[in-house]
Design a protein around this ligand. Sequence first.
Ligand SMILES: NC(=O)CC(=O)C(=O)O
Length: 283
Amino acid sequence: MISMCKKGLRLGLIQLSVGANKANNVQNALKFVKKAKEGGSNIIVLPECFNAPYGTKYFPEYAESIPDGETSRALSAAAKEVKAYIVGGSIPERDGSKLYNTSTVWSPDGQLVAKHRKMHLFDIDIPGGITFKESEVLSPGNTPCIFDTEYCKIGIGICYDIRFFELAALYRKAGCDILIYPGAFNMTTGPLHWDLLARARAVDNQVFVAAVSPARDEKADYIAYGHTCAVDPWGKTLAQAGAEEELLFADIDFETMKNIRQQIPVSHQKRNDVYDLVVKSNL
Ligand SMILES: NC(=O)CC(=O)C(=O)O
């Protein structure tokens, strides 16, 4: 089936079941990539940590280099085969002695066009809820990540990055119309914060937001919330998963976005005489 979108594009969002076997995770992802393409997707998105269980004790064992690791090679070949962009969720990346939580973006001809290393590491401590410290093993990325397509510019963040409105605002300021966040919120923060943050980033920047989670696995050390979603610039949820493995589609209509930006012209009404967003790294 080819895309129905005349004035936009179709996102295919894969809420993938992730287990302990890396090869199985990658094979399962590729199966869903093909289904996403059959459903007319132009840009296909996988979740955070899609080739490995999410947890600091797993990152060193599953980490691989980019772009010559096995997962990168598989994503490159898949993008070329289905002739669509693939935002490869994230994987644990090894670069020298350092590890990162890294998202790769592959063009329809299989080229690596962008790479985002999670900038804000997930270090939290909620007594009776969840304690997690990515910084025990991971290093943060220091560079925001935008990739340009024939449709629009797209900004990438990974999971905890969505909590930092400055990064999203910076992407909007740099001309992005879609923000994509592979993520894996949990059962403590997810129920109240996941949808709220996706909708907030969409409304405050008048952009489309896609947040893509692994499916929930009650037996995992870290139980992902799921609820992959796509939201439009009005804050309307275009597609939303439950907890199970699922492929979702969301049609991006740029006319809607233009209308909303005209009707509520906040981007022109900013009081940059009073405040401003200072960009310190090169976009
Ligand atoms: N896992 C994350 O990076 C973020 C998260 O679960 C949260 O912010 O809550």
